[in-house]
Design a protein around this ligand. Structure first.
Ligand code: AMP
Length: 276
């Protein structure tokens, strides 16, 4: 696996490797990220190209009160995991390389970025869209893979790629879960033992709502019941909602996407599933 830490090296490697399938990450890699790399391998094989993964903890997508400083970092472990997963090129830009002094351009995606994570984390999707556009242009990737785990992010990136006619195909990959249903996340390591034992209740709640909806229970009633159920178990629920899958607009109609964010202690858990 080649490692690029500056743009000239990245461009030279990319030219050598042919069409790239890119997996953008913030590192602290787990089996969910590595499943994206495996899927990227299949895409790369189909187009006679190679797999690239980026590791960049993007300061632009963290709010001033958020966990940028404590975001987990393990470069050596990540590089070993990427190599073992068959990644051909690791792109590890420093903050200075990504945002040189004086940088002043950002991408604002209206529509799917509004509400939910966009409301809870002002500026978050501006940071995500800006860094993803840069990663696509830096690598020249023909395909980029994103996890459905971050459903709203996936819709924001798709919207941006469409709106800007970026020559990259965005592929969503199903959420990889722990045995008890908890969606894998780099932040799960911050759960205490007791919190970890409770955490899978979020996924169970989403499944409970999906079953209730399928049985004809009105969305508002099913959602309200699960919100109070989660609160009773110690979750601080930021939102639990049924939305149109692509626009993220709230809906009562199926098929939709059930999305949730809830805090357990200091850890904010995100999850979503299809409904209907
Ligand atoms: P992150 O490093 O958290 O920015 O995630 C990098 C990519 O991996 C994003 O496209 C995420 O949606 C995806 N991802 C994170 N966790 C999972 C998971 N449990 N299953 C599938 N994809 C995931």
């Amino acid at each position: 696996m080649r490692i690029a830490r500056d743009l000239p090296t990245l461009r030279a490697e990319a030219a050598r490797l042919g069409p790239l399938a890119l997996v953008p990450t913030m590192g602290a890699l787990h089996a969910g990220h590595l499943a994206l790399v495996a899927a990227a391998r299949r895409e790369a094989a189909a187009m006679g190209g190679a797999v690239a993964a980026s590791i960049f903890v993007n300061p632009l997508q963290f709010g001033p009160q958020e966990d940028l400083a404590r975001y987990p970092r393990d470069e050596a472990g990540d590089l070993a995991a990427l190599e073992a997963a068959g990644c051909d090129l690791a792109w590890l830009p420093g903050v200075e390389a990504m945002y040189p002094p004086g940088h002043g351009t950002a991408i604002e995606v209206a529509g799917p970025s509004e509400g939910w994570e966009g409301a809870a984390r002002p500026g978050h999707f501006r940071g995500v869209a800006t860094v993803c556009a840069k990663l696509f242009l830096q690598t020249g990737a023909r395909v980029a893979l994103f996890g459905e785990k971050d459903w709203q992010q996936l819709q924001v990136v798709r919207r941006m790629a469409r709106d800007l006619d970026l020559p990259v195909r965005i592929i969503g990959y199903p959420t990889v879960r722990e045995a008890d249903g908890l969606a894998m996340s780099s932040r799960n390591r911050f759960l205490s033992g007791e919190e970890r034992a409770k955490a899978s209740a979020l996924h169970a709640a989403l499944q409970g709502v999906a079953q209730a909806l399928a049985a004809g229970v009105p969305a508002t009633a099913a959602l309200a019941e699960m919100r109070s159920g989660l609160a009773a178990q110690g979750f601080a629920v930021d939102y639990l909602a049924l939305v149109e899958p692509e626009t993220l607009r709230e809906t009562a109609a199926l098929p939709g996407r059930l999305i949730a964010a809830a805090r357990l202690g200091t850890v904010r858990l995100l999850d979503n599933i299809a409904a209907g």
